[in-house]
Design a protein around this ligand. Structure first.
Ligand code: NDP
Length: 241
């Protein structure tokens, strides 16, 4: 059976790899993005995956955007809440904007997007919701009070909704990546990055495709008994109970 998937932030980095992995599994995939039209157009040319632009931190935009996707693609079976940003600062220097930007993009969006597709999943008795958190949502990270809070929030959201959705065939899971080679990590100061890699037992950054494989696994029809889980993929950097 062909499953319809939406991947937020699906045109770049980890999201790009997820979009491609789901397409390779046989899904019909739509990828969303925020504003980088050139990269999105290039992604569409290279992969044949449809792209849609809206701000996942805006409820009305999510409502209109998902309606547009579903008019083209049909009802959504798989939602990957992947879009995210960082706005790092020590807490005593963190501005309201830095706090708000990260919370709305990385966390509010999870409610905004899931709210659009969840009722249909309940009616049809099938759904896969996969939320991309972070090792820093599990352990906390200096300079990232906003980001760590948002990513930890995704884990709580997942654990609660997993229990609500279970009897309707909807699984809700988290993938929590460690440091992955993407544009986001390229923004981290070189010295800081070197010290981070030194703390990763496998001795390297992860690859976007390694995270995409985790998502593809959880998105599978056969993964119906896995719900409320946090799948960590961080090279052993942080081993949670
Ligand atoms: P990138 O910065 O490479 O890509 C981010 C994607 O999200 C882009 O497609 C971007 O669109 C989109 N996006 C950003 N803001 C919005 C918005 N307001 N509305 C819609 N789309 C938006 O990020 P990564 O691939 O590195 O990260 C992907 C996810 O993985 C994030 O949630 C991140 O927190 C998480 N993660 C990443 C890690 C890493 O090491 N890279 C580690 C742990 C977690 P556009 O191209 O238009 O800007």
């Amino acid at each position: 059976m062909i499953r319809n998937a939406i991947v937020t932030g699906g045109t770049r980095g980890i999201g790009r790899a997820i979009s491609i992995a789901l397409k390779e599994k046989g899904c019909d995939v739509s990828a969303t993005y925020a504003g980088n039209d050139e990269i999105a157009a290039q992604f569409k040319d290279e992969t044949g995956i449809d792209v849609y632009k809206w701000d996942v931190g805006d409820y009305d935009a999510c409502e209109a955007g998902v309606a547009e996707v579903e008019a083209m693609q049909g009802p959504t079976d798989i939602l990957v809440n992947n879009a995210g940003i960082i706005r790092d600062a020590f807490f005593h220097k963190m501005t309201r904007e830095q706090w708000r930007d990260v919370i709305r993009t990385d966390f509010d969006s999870v409610f905004y997007m899931t709210h659009q597709v969840y009722p249909g999943m309940r009616e049809r008795g099938f759904g896969r919701i996969i939320n991309i958190s972070s090792v820093n949502g599990q352990k906390g990270q200096i300079g990232q009070v906003n980001y760590s809070a948002a990513k930890a929030g995704k884990i709580g959201f997942t654990r609660a909704l997993a229990q609500e959705g279970a009897r309707k065939g909807i699984t809700v899971n988290v993938v929590a990546p460690g440091y992955i080679e993407t544009d986001m990590v390229a923004k981290v100061d070189d010295k800081v990055l070197q010290s981070i890699v030194a703390q990763i037992p496998v001795g390297r950054l992860g690859k976007a495709e390694e995270i995409a494989d985790c998502v593809a696994f959880l998105a599978d029809d056969k993964a119906g008994f896995i719900t409320g889980a946090v799948l960590t993929a961080n090279g052993g950097q942080y081993i949670a109970a």
